[in-house]
Design a protein around this ligand. Structure first.
Ligand code: AN7
Length: 374
């Protein structure tokens, strides 16, 4: 077997690529499905929990799955630049894949509300960073207005190639488990990823989903193929309470949350996400910033898994729904951890304050401090 060359090569026969196409890849995908046995034991109810740790993609988030497809297609069409609005991770990923392809990238980010690591990535990877005095939704509106501005490809998840790339995470989960999970728990911001997962799980189950909203999707996806697995999971989407349009029944004007990645009030994949949740028998739920941060800490302290706040929401919501009996005992549950904790060092340090001991450089003093804590 040849060594792993990225998700397009691995799932080529289920993706919109043609022979001879120049594949723009950073060898993304193939992320681990990490068992969270400590949390499962604490939760009781005989559940088995796995985290799909997407923070281990090349730029540290799941966006790379969609970006390899979107930038490959953009280059194929002769596009000279990509553009996106972003709460951070999309801009980091777009900049990286554009750099690799040798084209330009323009990224619109909300003023002052982007985690430091993501900004660093976009900047050093050569993106033209445009800070707008507005939020993600303002940026998205402006980017859509740029559609006719020139030879420019929009690489937000309204680009259908993005969702095609991202559906491969569902394939990997089924391939790793040898079955579909009973529940899949996932953070929801702009709502592209939950839609992509449902498309992927459905394709592997040999079922045409409601998320296959266009004829193009029918052309690309292999829904008619024999099923790889017999079932599909219940899809559960979690939002931050201050940015929870799916819980409010419509757009939220001034979204606010510590989980800046999902500080989004007007999700572009509204209908697709509802289709995924309804068809799977799932639901949306919301978590407060306090619950989100507590879960980020819990994952780090109990499992050694460091994800960003927006990612922790899937685990926090899942644990609450297990306790409430909404997620049934005996279930196999997968959670997407969408981005790496190192993306947002400020938030991690802020919520761990007081844990650093200040001690003079003397062995006796250090020894005492250690023995006091053993
Ligand atoms: C870590 O980067 O929208 O529901 O502009 O970075 O598919 O939007 C990020 C979204 C979850 C939500 N977790 O996914 C952007 C952006 C993390 C994220 C989401 C995002 P979608």
């Amino acid at each position: 077997m040849s060594h792993y060359l990225g998700l397009i090569e691995r799932y080529r026969d289920r993706l919109p690529v043609t022979p001879g196409m120049r594949i723009i890849s950073l060898v993304e995908g193939d992320t681990p499905l990490v068992p969270l046995d400590n949390l499962a034991r604490a939760a009781g109810h005989d559940v088995k929990i796995y985290a799909k740790f997407e923070g281990l993609n090349p730029t540290g988030s799941f966006k790379d799955r969609g970006m390899t497809m979107a930038v490959t297609q953009a280059v194929h069409e002769g596009t000279q630049a990509v553009i996106c609005a972003s709460t951070g991770n999309t801009s980091a990923s777009a900049a990286a894949y554009a750099a690799r392809a040798g084209i330009r990238s323009f990224v619109l980010i909300p003023d002052g509300k982007i985690a430091l690591g993501k900004l660093a990535q976009a900047m050093i990877q050569g993106a033209v960073v445009i800070q707008i005095q507005g939020n993600f939704d303002d940026g998205m509106r402006i980017v859509k207005d740029m559609a006719d501005a020139g030879p420019l490809a929009i690489v937000n998840s309204i680009n259908p190639y993005r969702l095609q790339g991202q559906k491969t995470a569902a394939f990997e989960i089924v391939d790793a488990l040898g079955r579909a999970p009973d529940y899949h728990c996932i953070p929801v911001g702009n709502a592209g990823n939950i839609s992509a997962y449902w498309t992927g799980f459905s394709e592997y189950a040999g079922v045409r989903p409601a998320t296959a909203a266009c004829a193009w999707c029918d052309d690309v996806c292999r829904f008619e193929r024999p099923a790889v697995c017999a079932s599909r999971p219940v899809m559960v989407g979690y939002q931050a309470a201050g940015a929870a349009p799916f819980l409010r029944g419509g757009p939220v004007a001034d979204p606010e949350t510590v989980a800046t990645a999902i500080r989004i009030g007007n999700p572009q994949s509204w209908d697709l996400a509802w289709a995924a949740v309804r068809e799977s028998g799932g639901w949306f739920a919301e978590l407060t910033d306090e619950e989100i941060l507590a879960t980020q800490k819990l994952l780090a302290e109990r499992e050694g898994v460091f994800c960003e706040p927006a990612s922790a929401i899937s685990v926090g919501g899942m644990l609450r729904d297990i306790e409430a009996g909404r997620i049934k005992s005996g279930s196999v549950i997968t959670c997407t951890l969408t981005g790496h904790g190192l993306k947002d060092p400020d938030t991690a340090i802020r919520q761990s304050q007081g844990q650093v001991l200040q001690i003079r450089a003397e062995s006796d003093l250090v020894k005492r401090a250690i023995l006091d804590r053993l």
